[in-house]
Design a protein around this ligand. Structure first.
Ligand code: AR6
Ligand code: MG
Length: 355
């Protein structure tokens, strides 16, 4: 797709959710591999593209990331907004139906069990008890948040944050998980609303950074007697690091991972997902001939670590900007859950058009 041709809004809605789905399904096979190489990511993609449907194509399965994303979409559409009980029940129902298939996070499943009690009244309570009351800082909030940016397409970032926070708090109450999920939602929301070409990287990073500085101060306090320690400015600092990395041409994977992370924590995965999208706006060695969406997914996975979740988050941002057309048909058709994802994207688009 030529850089000057921006995708239509409906194509961006579909691009966002299908872009996320592909990231999850393509990232999943690399999830537990110690050292992922770009060469092996290319091999997976080449095999999949070369296959002429001889009957031996193995559909790539989605993980907990997509399972929970689909529940969020269904619940938002049904209730025309956030409904804690309905969303919690959908999360739990899907988990108990497929519990061995989707590789859920190590602790979040305790919350599903608590919700299933017939005495359950406060659906926000079980998450507050995780990790001795500290709450989870896993990336489970960020991995599933993309549809919220679509649902809130016409709203401002404060409204976006309100709903992102509520959905995240159902399972993750650590402030870094909540801020991280909001950062991911905002990145998708900004990409979706960007009508400039080429993509305005500096403006995008500046908006994300300003918003994170504001919310980090709001969350942790800006009182001068009690200045937040470095760790409490994690996201704005990592966004600054992204800007510096993008200005250099020689960044090694080790340095990136050491600074931005590539693990199951929100702060160790959301920044590197945003970086992957931005880095893939320009050519990447070894990925010549690939479009920016394809580069985003293949590059994000090649960084290793929590590959399905990093690729789902990078893919949602890339798809929201580049649109459905940038995602090769063959890639889409090899993913479990394509038709329900397409339907949810169209339903969310219809919802925002009429509200
Ligand atoms: N203290 C120590 N470790 C923590 C803490 C904490 N406060 N919070 C999280 N962890 P979980 P998720 C670690 O269970 O966020 C799937 O593979 C801890 O090791 O809340 O939904 C998905 O694809 C815990 O087991 O689940 C995602 O990649 C882990 O973070 C990921 O898991 C995950 O936190 C999402 O997991
Ligand atoms: Mg994961």
């Amino acid at each position: 797709m030529a850089e000057s041709q921006l995708a239509s809004l409906v194509s961006r809605f579909r691009g966002c959710l299908i872009g996320a789905l592909v990231g999850d399904c393509f990232g999943e096979p690399f999830q537990f591999i110690k050292s992922v190489q770009l060469k092996s990511v290319k091999e997976l993609v080449h095999n999949l593209e070369a296959d002429e449907s001889k009957g031996d194509t193995k559909i790539l399965l989605y993980t907990d990331d997509t399972e929970m994303r689909l529940s969020i979409e269904a619940s938002l559409l049904k209730h025309k907004g956030f409904n804690a009980e309905d969303m919690a029940n959908r999360f739990a129902k899907e988990y108990f139906a497929n519990r061995n298939k989707r590789a859920y996070g190590g602790h979040v499943t305790k919350i599903f069990s608590a919700w299933s009690s017939k005495y359950m009244v406060d659906f926000f309570l079980p998450a507050t008890l995780q990790f001795n009351g500290a709450g989870s800082y896993g990336n489970g909030g960020g991995m599933r948040i993309a549809p919220v940016a679509l649902f809130m397409y016409k709203e401002n970032s404060h409204k976006l944050k309100e709903i992102s926070d509520k959905i995240t708090r159902l399972t993750h109450t650590h402030e870094l998980a909540i801020l991280g999920a909001y950062l991911q939602a905002l990145a998708v929301h900004l990409a979706l609303n960007t009508a400039e070409s080429p993509f305005p990287t500096d403006k995008f990073l500046q908006e994300l950074t300003e918003s994170m500085i504001y919310h980090e101060e709001e969350t942790f306090g800006k009182c001068s007697q009690n200045p937040p320690s470095d760790s409490l400015k994690l996201y704005s600092q990592k966004l600054n690091a992204i800007k510096e990395f993008l200005a250099r041409s020689d960044v090694e994977k080790e340095e990136l991972v050491e600074t931005l992370g590539n693990d199951v924590s929100a702060f160790g995965s959301i920044p590197i997902s945003i970086y992957s999208f931005l880095r893939a706006l320009t050519e990447i060695n070894g990925l010549e001939g690939r479009n920016p969406y394809e580069r985003t997914i293949m590059y994000a996975i090649s960084l290793g670590g929590d590959t399905d979740t990093i690729a789902i988050m990078a893919g949602a941002i890339a798809g929201a900007y580049w649109g459905e057309e940038a995602i090769p048909q063959k890639w889409q058709q090899n993913c479990e859950g394509l038709s329900v994802t397409q339907k949810h994207a169209d339903d969310l688009y219809d919802y925002v058009k009429t509200h």
